[in-house]
Design a protein around this ligand. Structure first.
Ligand SMILES: Cc1cc2nc3c(=O)[nH]c(=O)nc-3n(C[C@H](O)[C@H](O)[C@H](O)COP(=O)(O)OP(=O)(O)OC[C@H]3O[C@@H](n4cnc5c(N)ncnc54)[C@H](O)[C@@H]3O)c2cc1C
Length: 569
């Protein structure tokens, strides 16, 4: 299938880029391995950040940038952050014009609420299903432009001709057909890799590191792979719901955290910001309380919003209300929620130039959660939805300009045959169960490379990952509707992703943001830098590089003392 631009990923980032490309007359094709309206983006709950100043007129894009950099541990890409914060208000406006139903004030302005570590109320929301609303609007817009989609296609190989990315090979998961795509440019929008960990806020079939493995195949570089966000509040009980996200909006709406002794423990960790501290701090506080034996029976702490009236909760947190009733039989307007950290967001990923989306591999661009640099060591809630909208548009516009005079490069037929051959080689009637192997990797990473990290445990994880590489996996022999084959492909994507996470985490001998090392518990000035993973013939090489200068205006704002406690509505 030939097109000008192939977008791999039909989440918010991929769709926004495709819309921009179509508007600029580019023949674009979107491929996703999930169903059209069912990408991971729909899980996003609490909101999208933009310094509109609707509730707090003092807010501004430089303040938004300062919050992002300060609580990102000072290792974000400053240029990317600047672009994000400047363009986010336009992104929200655009969504509203396209029909997104944001919560509004009586006068008609879009309501904004607090999210952790934000100086002012900045998160625009649609109940607590903001991602669903955004994705629906984007799919509607894509359909209005008649952008072609191929859903349920698993891309397992990127193609490259004379150093230029020019296509991909995928498996149609329903029919078992192998599809070959040819394009002038490829945009990777495959999302994050939170399913490297046993307890995750994602779903089991997504976030398996596909984008990382695909980019690695063609020699792209990666940044800060050790930086992985553990969201402070995931469900803990019942076990089948463990990890499911409890949105930060609960704390934004005034939710209070207590341990099993009834202590409001955040006053010991961040007395100024309390429950609305940055995610890394709240996650570590909860983890520490549980480690010190102050946890609940199921290994969590309590989160309480029951002081809000039922109609308020049903209006502002409808998903949470339903989620706790359905999974745990808990009515959150009367009872407390039991919560603990859960793997949530990949700050590390493909190294890109945020002004263009370029990866350093000609013809290959990347956007959204698969990329690195925007969030540094800790992402602020609400910044990811802003990122996918802003950089989907900017990268779409850049790619449209770049490919104007380009021709389709012929595919390297040997490479295509090699990619298909490697898939067929996977088909094996005997071997280890790939679904079980996938679970074992996730358990290994959660136990040894999770919220708290230490050299010895991580070295153990690295050795164990090496052993998984040698396993023969039993996939069966069919290409169609074959869950085991899909799990085997996932395992192949997970292993290099996990290895880069562990090796980068071993290299960073300090604690910063979400990366917490019990053997190096303090933040070290000399580690204010990025870790880069570069593929070489001998394997992946790790190096460091300094952070580009932060514009003075933003740096001065970020250096100011942390904002005092928010006045909750
Ligand atoms: C529970 C939860 C709540 C969240 N709440 C918020 C929030 O309130 N505010 C906020 O800003 N952020 C939030 N986030 C984060 C945010 O949702 C994500 O970071 C964002 O949606 C990522 O968008 P994306 O387009 O980059 O990737 P995704 O939405 O993950 O889309 C990736 C796409 O790539 C496709 N794909 C992947 N691999 C392949 C392959 N091999 N072949 C073909 N297709 C492939 C997938 O099928 C999918 O279509 C939340 C995340 C979670 C999990």
């Amino acid at each position: 299938m030939a097109c000008d631009v192939l977008v791999i990923g039909s989440g918010g980032a991929g769709l926004r880029a495709a819309i921009e490309l179509a508007d600029r007359g580019v023949d674009v094709l979107v491929v996703g391995k999930s169903k059209k309206r069912d990408a991971h983006t729909i899980l996003a709950t609490g909101g999208i950040n933009a310094a509109l100043g609707n509730m707090d007129p003092q807010d501004s894009w430089p303040l938004h940038a300062a919050d992002t950099i300060r609580d990102g541990g000072w290792i974000n890409d400053p240029r990317g952050v600047e672009l994000l914060c400047k363009h986010a208000p336009r992104a929200v406006q655009e969504l509203a014009e396209w029909g997104a139903r944001f919560h509004r004030e009586p006068g008609g302005k879009i309501t904004q609420r607090f999210f952790g570590a934000a100086t002012y109320r900045r998160a625009c929301f649609s109940g607590d299903h903001t991602g669903q609303e955004i994705l629906n609007v984007l799919v509607d817009q894509a359909e209005a432009r008649k952008i072609p989609f191929r859903s349920e296609v698993y891309i397992f190989s990127l193609l490259q001709s004379r150093g230029r990315a020019n296509g991909a090979v995928g498996l149609d998961l329903r029919t078992g057909k192998i599809l070959i795509f040819q394009a002038k440019a490829v945009i990777l929008a495959t999302g994050g890799h939170s399913r490297m960990f046993e307890r995750s806020s994602s779903r089991f079939w997504e976030n398996n590191g596909d984008g990382i493995a695909l980019a690695l195949q063609v020699g792209a570089r990666f940044q800060d792979m050790e930086m992985f966000q553990f969201h402070p509040t995931g469900m803990v009980h019942p076990p089948r719901a463990a990890g499911v996200l409890v949105t930060e909006a609960v704390r934004g709406e005034g939710g209070i955290l207590t341990n099993a002794r009834g202590e409001r423990f955040m006053k010991r960790y961040d007395p100024a910001r309390m429950e609305l501290s940055a995610r890394d701090l709240v996650a570590r506080a909860i983890y520490t309380e549980i480690e010190h034996g102050h946890g609940t029976r199921h290994g969590g702490v309590w989160l309480d919003i029951s002081h809000r009236p039922l109609p308020y909760i049903k209006k502002r947190l409808p998903t949470m209300y339903r989620q706790f009733l359905a999974h745990a039989g808990v009515d959150i307007s009367r009872q407390k929620m039991e919560v603990a950290p859960t793997a949530h967001y990949s700050m590390g990923g493909v190294l890109i130039d945020h002004t263009t989306g370029e990866t350093g591999i000609r013809g290959l661009y990347a956007i959204g959660e698969v990329t690195a640099g925007m969030h540094g060591a800790n992402r602020l809630g609400g910044n990811s939805l802003a990122e996918i909208m802003v950089f989907g548009r900017l990268t779409g516009a850049h790619v449209a300009r770049r490919i104007k005079k380009q021709k389709l490069h012929p595919l390297d037929q040997r490479q295509v045959a090699g990619a298909i051959g490697s898939l067929l080689d996977r088909l094996a009637p005997a071997g280890k169960d790939p679904l079980a192997v996938k679970r074992q990797i996730q358990e290994l990473m959660w136990t040894h490379v999770g919220v708290a990290r230490r050299e010895k445990e991580m070295q153990h994880a690295l050795r164990a990952l090496g052993r998984f590489r040698a396993l023969r996996l039993q996939t069966g022999t069919s290409l169609a509707r074959n869950q085991r084959l899909v799990a085997a492909l996932d395992v192949l994507n997970m292993l290099p992703t996990c290895e880069m996470i562990v090796r980068s985490a071993l290299l960073r001998r300090e604690s910063r943001g979400a990366h917490y090392r019990t053997d190096f518990p303090t933040t070290q000035k000399q580690w204010k830098k990025n870790i880069i993973c570069t593929p070489t013939k001998a394997g992946v090489r790790l190096s460091t590089r300094p952070i580009p200068p932060i514009p003075k205006r933003i740096r001065l704002l970020a250096e100011r003392p942390k904002p005092s406690a928010h006045l909750l509505e």
